[in-house]
Design a protein around this ligand. Structure first.
Ligand code: ZN
Length: 193
């Protein structure tokens, strides 16, 4: 992110922190609540493993993720946590559009919804077949990436790590946010507390 953006976030965080000082309900740990709507009907085991990997990506930058299965919601801060929606979509409605076929996920920043194209992820080459659920890792990486966009409220990408524009191939090792991204994500979440 550009420097002016970071400064703006820092100022906002300071103002809100002062305004909510003494709020006994404020949490100390930055938290994202993910409302996961499983329209794709993915098996519970896949969701469980994907949720654990998303949690790992965010744990690495000191952010807690809470995974709530059910219905989608609107982006909001509530009780010190940022609430977002993950829509796991079954059918590829953009299949005929060649230009968009490689899009694995898409974020709608203002509503806080991430659209995850599960059948495209399942069709990726190089899924780790050694795992009991090969879909879990790339699914988690796409979700973690789109959640990054939703928290940061930007569509910008990094040359490497979880926020790179393209998933080169599914990977076993945990992809990471860079320091600037991590700082911005934590600042955004702490501003709500
Ligand atoms: Zn992206």
């Amino acid at each position: 992110m550009a420097k002016p953006g970071r400064r703006a976030t820092a100022v906002l965080a300071t103002i809100l922190a002062l305004a909510t000082a003494g709020n006994a309900s404020a949490q100390s740990e930055p938290t994202i609540v993910l409302h996961v709507a499983n329209y794709a009907g993915l098996p519970p085991a896949v969701l469980e493993q994907a949720g654990a990997r998303v949690a790992g990506v965010y744990n690495a930058i000191g952010v807690r993720t809470v995974w709530v299965r059910g219905t989608e919601t609107i982006r909001r801060f509530e009780s010190g946590a940022l609430h977002l929606s993950i829509l796991l979509l079954p059918h590829d409605k953009l299949r005929s559009d060649g230009a968009r076929r490689d899009l694995l996920g898409q974020s709608h920043l203002s509503s806080g919804r991430a659209y995850i194209f599960c059948d495209r992820i399942a069709a990726m080459h190089g899924l780790p077949t050694a795992l009991s659920n090969p879909l879990s890792n790339p699914l988690a990486d796409v979700i973690a990436h789109e959640v990054g966009h939703l928290v940061l409220q930007t569509g910008s990408h990094s040359p490497s790590g979880i926020m790179r524009a393209r998933m080169l191939s599914p990977t076993l090792h945990l992809l990471a946010f860079n320091h600037a991204e991590a700082r911005s994500i934590r600042a955004t979440l702490m501003a709500a507390q």
